[in-house]
Design a protein around this ligand. Structure first.
Ligand SMILES: [Fe+2]
Length: 182
């Protein structure tokens, strides 16, 4: 695991089509503050997400054909909120598109400064290009801090096949033929 290569911006890829940006920004999301037990599978939900029709794009179908099952959702974070440090349980690699130019939303990766120091970490900020895909190594600890009066919205693709790594997806997409639209 390395902070030097924990995310990769596909800045040469096309912008996300406006219809998916609008779908992510303006659809109705479940209200986390109103969640009450009993929860599905007896677990308190961690993320507010809704399905995305980006699943219907040729690009998504190519990815799924090559890498197996991929989840496809919009995720919303509250204003002035943190999504705490974690490694993803279900995936090794994700692709995120941020749906707006939210300068004060931080995605940070961290790695212990030394295995003998329990609470000191190096950190690195994953800088997103709005509307472009960013590949993330979700096996490096990361968090999201939304220092903003507005919600934060992303389109999130999660590679559910656990034999697929960050490097696999990065290699596939950095060699991907140029295209105009997803
Ligand atoms: Fe995560």
């Amino acid at each position: 695991m390395s902070l030097n290569d924990c995310f990769f911006n596909l800045s040469n890829f096309p912008n996300l089509d406006q219809k998916y940006i609008d779908e992510g920004l303006y659809s109705e999301y479940p209200d986390l503050t109103k969640f009450k037990p009993p929860f599905p599978n007896g677990k308190v939900p961690k993320i507010i997400s809704i399905p995305s029709s980006f699943k219907e794009t040729d690009f998504f179908k190519i990815l799924e054909k090559h890498f197996g099952d991929i989840s496809c959702v919009y995720i919303r974070n509250f204003p002035w909120s943190t999504y705490d440090w974690h490694c993803d349980i279900l995936t090794n690699v994700n692709i995120n598109f941020i749906l707006h130019d939210n300068k004060n939303s931080l995605v940070l990766f961290r790695d212990r400064i030394s295995e003998y120091s329990a609470i000191q970490y190096n950190i690195r900020q994953a800088v997103y290009c709005p509307f472009k895909p960013t590949i993330l190594n979700t096996q490096v600890q990361h968090c999201v801090i939304n220092l903003n009066d507005d919600h934060r919205y992303i389109l999130n693709l999660g590679f559910l096949n656990k034999s697929v790594s960050y490097q696999d997806v990065k290699e596939f997409l950095t060699n991907f033929a140029v295209f105009d639209s997803y």
